[in-house]
Design a protein. Structure first.
Length: 128
């Protein structure tokens, strides 16, 4: 009778996702704001121009690049991007020259004006 050899035990790699260190965020989710929404964020960098968007229809003009900002959403601690419209951008740049808003935390509420295209914002700097 042939001698049985024990089956090889598979090697199991011990991977602990909680010990992973993120080297770089390749994609950052968008934190959308609708009229009446309030967000609590910390600015991680300066407001910057996003990519110019191509249209899917021939002959149609390209959409202008949106102004964006990388922020930490204080409700979940996640890195997000917000679209910074002209009103929000001018207010932040006026009140915080030379990008002094970076590293600071804010409560931002977006409001629509009846019959107007533009949006208004209530912006409060907050202490954590």
């Amino acid at each position: 009778m042939a001698k049985e050899t024990p089956a090889a035990t598979p090697t199991v790699l011990a991977f602990d996702p909680s010990k992973v260190k993120v080297v770089r965020n390749v994609t950052i989710p968008l934190l959308k704001m609708a009229d009446g929404d309030t967000v609590h964020v910390t600015f991680k960098g300066e407001i910057f121009k996003g990519k110019e968007l191509k249209t899917s229809k021939e002959g149609e003009a390209k959409m202008a690049a949106a102004d964006l900002a990388n922020v930490v959403d204080l409700t979940d601690g996640g890195l997000k991007q917000i679209i910074v419209n002209a009103v929000l951008k001018s207010t932040m740049e006026e009140e915080y020259p030379k990008a002094a808003y970076v590293g600071k935390s804010f409560r931002i509420t977006r409001a629509g004006k009846e019959g107007k295209r533009y949006k208004t914002y209530t912006i409060d700097e907050i202490a954590l």
